[in-house]
Design a protein around this ligand. Sequence first.
Ligand code: SAM
Length: 391
Amino acid sequence: MRAVARHLFVPEVPVEKAYAAEHHYVTKKDEHGVSISSVSAARIQVMMLEQAEVRPGMRVLEIGTGGYNAALLAELVGEGGAVISIDIDQDVLDRARRFLPAAGYGSVTLLRADGEFGAPEHAPFDRIIVTAGAWDIPPAWVEQLAGGGRIVVPLRMRGLTRSVAFEWNNGQLADRGYELCGFVPMQGAGEQRERLIPLHGDDVRLRLDDNQQADGDALRAALSMPRREAWSGTAVGKDIRFDGLYLWMAMRLPDFGLLAATKAAVDRGLVAHSWGLGVPTLLDGDSFAYLTFRATSEAREQFEFGAYGHGPHADVTVEKLVSLIRSWDGTSLGARISAFPAGTPDELLPSDALILARRHTRIAITWPSPPPKLAALPARRAAPNGSNDRK
Ligand SMILES: C[S@@+](CC[C@H](N)C(=O)[O-])C[C@H]1O[C@@H](n2cnc3c(N)ncnc32)[C@H](O)[C@@H]1O
Protein backbone atom coordinates (compact mmCIF):
# COMPACT_ATOMS: atom_id res chain seq x y z
CA MET A 1 0.00 0.00 0.00
CA ARG A 2 2.87 2.35 0.72
CA ALA A 3 4.53 1.50 -2.59
CA VAL A 4 1.65 2.67 -4.78
CA ALA A 5 0.62 6.33 -4.87
CA ARG A 6 -3.16 6.00 -4.54
CA HIS A 7 -3.86 9.71 -5.09
CA LEU A 8 -2.63 9.37 -8.68
CA PHE A 9 -5.63 7.12 -9.41
CA VAL A 10 -8.19 9.50 -7.92
CA PRO A 11 -6.90 12.96 -8.83
CA GLU A 12 -10.40 14.41 -8.26
CA VAL A 13 -10.21 13.60 -4.55
CA PRO A 14 -8.31 15.55 -1.83
CA VAL A 15 -5.19 13.64 -0.82
CA GLU A 16 -6.26 12.88 2.76
CA LYS A 17 -9.50 11.36 1.45
CA ALA A 18 -7.68 9.39 -1.23
CA TYR A 19 -5.71 7.61 1.49
CA ALA A 20 -8.63 7.08 3.91
CA ALA A 21 -9.08 3.35 4.37
CA GLU A 22 -12.85 3.34 3.84
CA HIS A 23 -13.08 5.90 1.08
CA HIS A 24 -14.22 4.67 -2.33
CA TYR A 25 -14.49 7.00 -5.28
CA VAL A 26 -17.40 6.52 -7.65
CA THR A 27 -16.24 7.13 -11.21
CA LYS A 28 -19.50 6.38 -13.02
CA LYS A 29 -23.26 6.09 -12.38
CA ASP A 30 -25.98 4.71 -14.64
CA GLU A 31 -29.07 6.62 -15.79
CA HIS A 32 -30.90 5.71 -12.52
CA GLY A 33 -28.11 7.06 -10.35
CA VAL A 34 -26.81 3.59 -9.45
CA SER A 35 -23.02 3.48 -9.05
CA ILE A 36 -21.54 1.21 -11.70
CA SER A 37 -17.83 1.93 -11.39
CA SER A 38 -15.54 3.04 -8.62
CA VAL A 39 -12.06 2.88 -7.21
CA SER A 40 -12.81 0.58 -4.29
CA ALA A 41 -12.04 1.38 -0.67
CA ALA A 42 -8.43 0.58 0.21
CA ARG A 43 -9.48 -1.61 3.14
CA ILE A 44 -11.61 -3.79 0.86
CA GLN A 45 -8.80 -4.05 -1.70
CA VAL A 46 -6.32 -5.17 0.95
CA MET A 47 -8.80 -7.63 2.37
CA MET A 48 -9.34 -9.25 -1.04
CA LEU A 49 -5.62 -9.31 -1.86
CA GLU A 50 -5.01 -11.08 1.44
CA GLN A 51 -7.79 -13.54 0.64
CA ALA A 52 -6.19 -14.18 -2.74
CA GLU A 53 -2.71 -14.77 -1.28
CA VAL A 54 -1.01 -13.27 -4.32
CA ARG A 55 2.69 -14.21 -4.55
CA PRO A 56 5.64 -13.10 -6.71
CA GLY A 57 5.63 -14.59 -10.20
CA MET A 58 1.88 -15.22 -10.38
CA ARG A 59 -0.37 -14.48 -13.34
CA VAL A 60 -3.44 -12.61 -12.13
CA LEU A 61 -6.66 -11.65 -13.86
CA GLU A 62 -8.54 -8.71 -12.38
CA ILE A 63 -12.16 -8.42 -13.51
CA GLY A 64 -13.25 -4.80 -13.10
CA THR A 65 -10.61 -2.12 -13.53
CA GLY A 66 -9.93 0.96 -11.44
CA GLY A 67 -6.17 1.22 -11.85
CA TYR A 68 -5.10 1.29 -8.22
CA ASN A 69 -5.83 -2.34 -7.42
CA ALA A 70 -4.07 -3.45 -10.61
CA ALA A 71 -1.03 -1.46 -9.48
CA LEU A 72 -1.10 -3.20 -6.08
CA LEU A 73 -1.29 -6.53 -7.89
CA ALA A 74 1.67 -5.55 -10.09
CA GLU A 75 3.69 -4.83 -6.94
CA LEU A 76 2.74 -8.21 -5.46
CA VAL A 77 3.48 -10.36 -8.52
CA GLY A 78 6.70 -8.47 -9.33
CA GLU A 79 8.59 -8.52 -12.59
CA GLY A 80 8.24 -12.26 -13.05
CA GLY A 81 4.45 -12.14 -12.88
CA ALA A 82 1.67 -10.67 -14.99
CA VAL A 83 -1.46 -8.63 -14.30
CA ILE A 84 -4.30 -8.54 -16.80
CA SER A 85 -7.12 -6.20 -15.88
CA ILE A 86 -10.35 -6.24 -17.88
CA ASP A 87 -13.41 -4.02 -17.82
CA ILE A 88 -16.62 -3.97 -19.81
CA ASP A 89 -16.64 -0.16 -19.90
CA GLN A 90 -14.34 1.75 -22.25
CA ASP A 91 -14.47 4.94 -20.11
CA VAL A 92 -13.11 3.01 -17.15
CA LEU A 93 -10.31 1.56 -19.24
CA ASP A 94 -9.43 4.96 -20.65
CA ARG A 95 -8.98 6.26 -17.09
CA ALA A 96 -6.74 3.35 -16.15
CA ARG A 97 -4.76 3.74 -19.40
CA ARG A 98 -3.92 7.28 -18.37
CA PHE A 99 -3.16 6.64 -14.72
CA LEU A 100 -1.33 3.30 -14.65
CA PRO A 101 1.68 4.27 -16.81
CA ALA A 102 1.87 7.67 -15.12
CA ALA A 103 2.18 5.91 -11.75
CA GLY A 104 4.85 3.58 -13.11
CA TYR A 105 2.71 0.51 -13.83
CA GLY A 106 2.73 0.43 -17.63
CA SER A 107 3.29 -3.33 -17.46
CA VAL A 108 -0.37 -4.01 -16.55
CA THR A 109 -2.29 -5.35 -19.56
CA LEU A 110 -5.65 -3.59 -19.95
CA LEU A 111 -8.40 -5.11 -22.06
CA ARG A 112 -12.00 -4.32 -22.84
CA ALA A 113 -13.93 -7.54 -22.26
CA ASP A 114 -16.94 -8.98 -20.49
CA GLY A 115 -15.60 -10.71 -17.39
CA GLU A 116 -18.14 -13.51 -17.83
CA PHE A 117 -15.75 -14.93 -20.45
CA GLY A 118 -12.49 -14.10 -18.69
CA ALA A 119 -9.46 -13.46 -20.89
CA PRO A 120 -8.78 -16.83 -22.58
CA GLU A 121 -5.89 -15.48 -24.65
CA HIS A 122 -3.96 -14.72 -21.44
CA ALA A 123 -4.90 -17.83 -19.42
CA PRO A 124 -4.06 -19.78 -17.32
CA PHE A 125 -4.24 -17.62 -14.21
CA ASP A 126 -3.03 -18.41 -10.73
CA ARG A 127 -5.52 -15.92 -9.34
CA ILE A 128 -8.75 -14.36 -10.59
CA ILE A 129 -9.92 -11.38 -8.56
CA VAL A 130 -13.42 -10.22 -9.35
CA THR A 131 -14.20 -6.66 -8.32
CA ALA A 132 -17.87 -6.38 -9.35
CA GLY A 133 -20.76 -8.03 -7.50
CA ALA A 134 -21.34 -11.47 -9.03
CA TRP A 135 -24.34 -13.76 -8.76
CA ASP A 136 -22.72 -16.81 -10.33
CA ILE A 137 -19.36 -18.32 -11.20
CA PRO A 138 -19.18 -18.70 -14.97
CA PRO A 139 -17.34 -21.72 -16.43
CA ALA A 140 -14.67 -19.52 -18.07
CA TRP A 141 -13.23 -18.58 -14.67
CA VAL A 142 -12.70 -22.19 -13.70
CA GLU A 143 -11.43 -23.18 -17.17
CA GLN A 144 -8.88 -20.37 -17.09
CA LEU A 145 -7.65 -21.15 -13.58
CA ALA A 146 -4.41 -23.06 -13.02
CA GLY A 147 -4.51 -26.11 -10.71
CA GLY A 148 -4.60 -24.99 -7.08
CA GLY A 149 -5.56 -21.51 -8.28
CA ARG A 150 -7.87 -19.16 -6.43
CA ILE A 151 -10.85 -17.07 -7.38
CA VAL A 152 -11.81 -14.26 -5.03
CA VAL A 153 -15.27 -13.01 -5.84
CA PRO A 154 -17.91 -10.83 -4.18
CA LEU A 155 -20.77 -13.31 -4.42
CA ARG A 156 -24.38 -12.32 -3.80
CA MET A 157 -26.48 -14.85 -1.94
CA ARG A 158 -30.11 -13.87 -1.32
CA GLY A 159 -29.11 -10.24 -1.49
CA LEU A 160 -26.11 -10.55 0.86
CA THR A 161 -22.65 -10.11 -0.64
CA ARG A 162 -19.61 -11.89 0.73
CA SER A 163 -16.14 -11.83 -0.78
CA VAL A 164 -15.48 -15.56 -1.06
CA ALA A 165 -12.06 -17.10 -1.74
CA PHE A 166 -12.48 -20.32 -3.72
CA GLU A 167 -9.66 -22.75 -4.38
CA TRP A 168 -9.81 -25.10 -7.35
CA ASN A 169 -8.89 -28.59 -6.24
CA ASN A 170 -10.07 -32.03 -7.38
CA GLY A 171 -12.77 -30.62 -9.61
CA GLN A 172 -14.35 -28.58 -6.85
CA LEU A 173 -14.32 -24.95 -5.81
CA ALA A 174 -13.80 -25.18 -2.08
CA ASP A 175 -14.08 -22.07 0.03
CA ARG A 176 -11.05 -20.69 1.81
CA GLY A 177 -13.00 -18.20 3.85
CA TYR A 178 -15.15 -15.19 3.15
CA GLU A 179 -15.47 -11.59 4.25
CA LEU A 180 -18.15 -8.95 4.35
CA CYS A 181 -18.26 -6.52 1.43
CA GLY A 182 -20.44 -4.60 -1.02
CA PHE A 183 -19.75 -3.99 -4.71
CA VAL A 184 -21.18 -2.33 -7.79
CA PRO A 185 -23.25 -4.81 -9.83
CA MET A 186 -21.84 -7.06 -12.52
CA GLN A 187 -22.92 -5.99 -16.01
CA GLY A 188 -22.89 -7.93 -19.27
CA ALA A 189 -23.83 -11.56 -19.84
CA GLY A 190 -23.65 -12.42 -16.12
CA GLU A 191 -25.84 -9.54 -14.99
CA GLN A 192 -28.57 -10.56 -12.57
CA ARG A 193 -30.06 -7.62 -10.75
CA GLU A 194 -32.16 -7.84 -7.62
CA ARG A 195 -35.85 -6.89 -7.63
CA LEU A 196 -37.02 -3.88 -5.65
CA ILE A 197 -40.57 -3.90 -4.25
CA PRO A 198 -41.67 -0.45 -3.05
CA LEU A 199 -43.58 -0.64 0.24
CA HIS A 200 -43.79 3.12 0.70
CA GLY A 201 -42.65 4.87 -2.46
CA ASP A 202 -38.88 4.82 -2.67
CA ASP A 203 -38.61 5.43 1.08
CA VAL A 204 -39.20 1.85 2.13
CA ARG A 205 -38.37 -0.95 -0.26
CA LEU A 206 -37.87 -4.66 -0.17
CA ARG A 207 -34.83 -6.05 -1.93
CA LEU A 208 -35.52 -9.50 -3.31
CA ASP A 209 -32.95 -11.83 -4.79
CA ASP A 210 -32.90 -15.35 -6.21
CA ASN A 211 -36.39 -16.81 -6.39
CA GLN A 212 -37.68 -15.15 -3.22
CA GLN A 213 -41.32 -14.12 -3.56
CA ALA A 214 -43.36 -11.35 -1.95
CA ASP A 215 -46.93 -10.16 -2.31
CA GLY A 216 -46.26 -6.43 -2.78
CA ASP A 217 -49.90 -5.30 -2.34
CA ALA A 218 -50.36 -7.28 0.86
CA LEU A 219 -47.06 -6.08 2.31
CA ARG A 220 -47.80 -2.44 1.44
CA ALA A 221 -51.07 -2.79 3.33
CA ALA A 222 -49.23 -4.54 6.17
CA LEU A 223 -46.83 -1.62 6.65
CA SER A 224 -49.74 0.66 7.57
CA MET A 225 -50.85 -1.72 10.37
CA PRO A 226 -49.64 -1.38 13.97
CA ARG A 227 -46.14 -2.54 14.72
CA ARG A 228 -45.60 -5.72 16.78
CA GLU A 229 -42.34 -6.69 18.44
CA ALA A 230 -40.66 -9.65 20.07
CA TRP A 231 -37.24 -10.03 21.73
CA SER A 232 -34.96 -13.02 21.53
CA GLY A 233 -32.96 -12.90 24.77
CA THR A 234 -29.88 -13.41 22.55
CA ALA A 235 -27.23 -10.70 22.68
CA VAL A 236 -23.85 -9.70 21.30
CA GLY A 237 -21.25 -7.29 22.59
CA LYS A 238 -20.90 -3.98 20.79
CA ASP A 239 -17.68 -4.88 18.97
CA ILE A 240 -18.74 -8.36 17.91
CA ARG A 241 -19.51 -8.98 14.24
CA PHE A 242 -22.91 -10.44 13.63
CA ASP A 243 -23.12 -10.58 9.83
CA GLY A 244 -23.17 -14.36 10.24
CA LEU A 245 -26.69 -13.96 11.60
CA TYR A 246 -27.71 -12.32 8.33
CA LEU A 247 -26.44 -15.28 6.29
CA TRP A 248 -28.05 -17.71 8.69
CA MET A 249 -31.40 -15.96 8.36
CA ALA A 250 -31.12 -15.61 4.58
CA MET A 251 -30.61 -19.32 4.17
CA ARG A 252 -32.95 -20.60 6.87
CA LEU A 253 -36.02 -18.45 6.33
CA PRO A 254 -38.47 -19.82 3.77
CA ASP A 255 -38.94 -16.37 2.21
CA PHE A 256 -36.30 -13.76 2.82
CA GLY A 257 -35.87 -10.15 1.77
CA LEU A 258 -33.95 -7.09 2.86
CA LEU A 259 -36.04 -4.19 4.12
CA ALA A 260 -34.23 -1.03 3.03
CA ALA A 261 -35.43 2.33 4.25
CA THR A 262 -34.12 5.84 3.91
CA LYS A 263 -33.12 7.76 7.02
CA ALA A 264 -36.13 10.01 6.44
CA ALA A 265 -38.43 6.96 6.61
CA VAL A 266 -36.83 5.85 9.86
CA ASP A 267 -37.02 9.38 11.28
CA ARG A 268 -40.74 9.52 10.42
CA GLY A 269 -41.27 6.19 12.15
CA LEU A 270 -42.40 4.30 9.04
CA VAL A 271 -39.99 1.60 10.11
CA ALA A 272 -38.26 1.43 13.46
CA HIS A 273 -34.84 0.60 12.16
CA SER A 274 -33.14 0.03 8.82
CA TRP A 275 -30.35 1.26 6.58
CA GLY A 276 -29.60 1.61 2.92
CA LEU A 277 -28.64 -1.97 2.16
CA GLY A 278 -31.54 -3.32 4.17
CA VAL A 279 -32.11 -5.51 7.20
CA PRO A 280 -33.00 -9.21 7.07
CA THR A 281 -36.73 -9.71 6.81
CA LEU A 282 -39.03 -12.70 7.06
CA LEU A 283 -41.75 -12.56 4.40
CA ASP A 284 -44.72 -14.42 5.74
CA GLY A 285 -47.61 -14.11 3.26
CA ASP A 286 -49.52 -10.97 4.19
CA SER A 287 -47.20 -10.13 7.11
CA PHE A 288 -43.50 -9.51 7.57
CA ALA A 289 -40.97 -9.12 10.37
CA TYR A 290 -37.50 -7.60 10.30
CA LEU A 291 -34.43 -7.92 12.47
CA THR A 292 -33.62 -5.23 14.94
CA PHE A 293 -31.65 -4.83 18.16
CA ARG A 294 -31.64 -2.75 21.31
CA ALA A 295 -29.00 -1.86 23.89
CA THR A 296 -29.34 -3.90 27.04
CA SER A 297 -27.86 -1.22 29.30
CA GLU A 298 -27.21 2.48 29.31
CA ALA A 299 -23.52 1.86 28.67
CA ARG A 300 -24.56 0.32 25.32
CA GLU A 301 -21.97 -2.43 25.68
CA GLN A 302 -24.30 -5.19 24.56
CA PHE A 303 -27.23 -5.50 22.18
CA GLU A 304 -30.17 -7.88 22.15
CA PHE A 305 -31.67 -9.01 18.87
CA GLY A 306 -35.38 -8.79 18.28
CA ALA A 307 -37.98 -8.42 15.57
CA TYR A 308 -40.50 -5.79 14.51
CA GLY A 309 -43.40 -6.88 12.35
CA HIS A 310 -46.45 -5.63 10.54
CA GLY A 311 -49.50 -7.27 9.06
CA PRO A 312 -52.55 -9.30 10.08
CA HIS A 313 -50.37 -12.09 11.54
CA ALA A 314 -47.46 -9.96 12.68
CA ASP A 315 -47.61 -11.29 16.24
CA VAL A 316 -46.91 -14.80 14.92
CA THR A 317 -44.35 -13.62 12.37
CA VAL A 318 -42.20 -11.77 14.92
CA GLU A 319 -42.14 -14.91 17.09
CA LYS A 320 -40.99 -17.01 14.12
CA LEU A 321 -38.15 -14.59 13.53
CA VAL A 322 -36.91 -14.50 17.13
CA SER A 323 -37.05 -18.27 17.37
CA LEU A 324 -34.70 -18.42 14.36
CA ILE A 325 -32.39 -15.88 16.01
CA ARG A 326 -32.20 -18.15 19.07
CA SER A 327 -31.04 -21.03 16.86
CA TRP A 328 -28.07 -19.06 15.44
CA ASP A 329 -24.70 -20.34 16.66
CA GLY A 330 -23.21 -16.91 17.19
CA THR A 331 -20.34 -17.16 14.74
CA SER A 332 -19.91 -14.75 11.91
CA LEU A 333 -17.58 -16.75 9.77
CA GLY A 334 -18.79 -20.23 10.63
CA ALA A 335 -20.44 -21.10 7.32
CA ARG A 336 -18.73 -22.96 4.48
CA ILE A 337 -19.57 -21.87 0.97
CA SER A 338 -18.71 -24.18 -1.92
CA ALA A 339 -19.61 -24.10 -5.59
CA PHE A 340 -20.38 -27.08 -7.83
CA PRO A 341 -21.22 -27.25 -11.54
CA ALA A 342 -24.96 -26.75 -12.14
CA GLY A 343 -25.51 -30.39 -13.15
CA THR A 344 -24.08 -31.87 -9.92
CA PRO A 345 -26.61 -34.33 -8.43
CA ASP A 346 -27.79 -33.85 -4.86
CA GLU A 347 -25.96 -36.92 -3.58
CA LEU A 348 -22.59 -35.36 -4.50
CA LEU A 349 -23.30 -32.16 -2.59
CA PRO A 350 -22.43 -31.84 1.10
CA SER A 351 -25.14 -33.40 3.21
CA ASP A 352 -27.44 -30.91 4.96
CA ALA A 353 -26.24 -28.12 2.63
CA LEU A 354 -28.59 -25.32 1.73
CA ILE A 355 -28.42 -24.93 -2.01
CA LEU A 356 -28.69 -21.86 -4.18
CA ALA A 357 -29.35 -22.71 -7.83
CA ARG A 358 -27.50 -20.58 -10.33
CA ARG A 359 -27.22 -20.72 -14.11
CA HIS A 360 -23.75 -22.30 -14.04
CA THR A 361 -23.38 -23.51 -10.48
CA ARG A 362 -25.05 -24.84 -7.38
CA ILE A 363 -23.80 -22.89 -4.36
CA ALA A 364 -23.81 -25.07 -1.24
CA ILE A 365 -23.79 -23.45 2.21
CA THR A 366 -23.22 -25.44 5.38
CA TRP A 367 -22.54 -24.63 9.01
CA PRO A 368 -20.15 -27.41 9.95
CA SER A 369 -18.47 -26.10 13.09
CA PRO A 370 -19.90 -26.99 16.47
CA PRO A 371 -21.59 -23.80 17.55
CA PRO A 372 -20.08 -21.77 20.37
CA LYS A 373 -23.41 -20.69 21.78
CA LEU A 374 -24.20 -17.05 22.23
CA ALA A 375 -24.85 -15.78 25.67
CA ALA A 376 -28.52 -15.79 26.46
CA LEU A 377 -29.54 -12.83 28.52
CA PRO A 378 -30.35 -13.89 32.05
CA ALA A 379 -33.37 -11.66 32.14
CA ARG A 380 -34.54 -8.57 30.36
CA ARG A 381 -31.31 -6.79 31.37
CA ALA A 382 -27.76 -7.94 30.83
CA ALA A 383 -25.75 -9.07 33.79
CA PRO A 384 -22.84 -6.75 34.55
CA ASN A 385 -19.23 -7.52 33.68
CA GLY A 386 -18.91 -9.34 30.46
CA SER A 387 -21.98 -11.53 30.37
CA ASN A 388 -21.41 -11.66 26.64
CA ASP A 389 -18.40 -13.94 26.95
CA ARG A 390 -18.72 -16.83 24.60
CA LYS A 391 -18.58 -20.33 25.89
C1 SAM B 1 -15.64 -1.49 -8.20
S1 SAM B 1 -15.16 -1.24 -9.87
C2 SAM B 1 -13.54 -1.92 -9.94
C3 SAM B 1 -12.58 -1.38 -8.94
C4 SAM B 1 -11.13 -1.64 -9.25
N1 SAM B 1 -10.79 -3.05 -9.23
C5 SAM B 1 -10.21 -0.85 -8.35
O1 SAM B 1 -9.02 -0.73 -8.68
O2 SAM B 1 -10.63 -0.30 -7.35
C6 SAM B 1 -16.10 -2.44 -10.77
C7 SAM B 1 -15.85 -2.43 -12.24
O3 SAM B 1 -16.39 -3.63 -12.79
C8 SAM B 1 -16.75 -3.36 -14.11
N2 SAM B 1 -17.60 -4.41 -14.61
C9 SAM B 1 -18.91 -4.63 -14.35
N3 SAM B 1 -19.34 -5.73 -14.99
C10 SAM B 1 -18.28 -6.21 -15.69
C11 SAM B 1 -18.09 -7.30 -16.56
N4 SAM B 1 -19.08 -8.14 -16.86
N5 SAM B 1 -16.87 -7.49 -17.09
C12 SAM B 1 -15.83 -6.64 -16.81
N6 SAM B 1 -15.97 -5.59 -16.01
C13 SAM B 1 -17.17 -5.36 -15.45
C14 SAM B 1 -17.38 -1.98 -14.04
O4 SAM B 1 -17.39 -1.33 -15.29
C15 SAM B 1 -16.53 -1.30 -12.99
O5 SAM B 1 -15.56 -0.48 -13.59
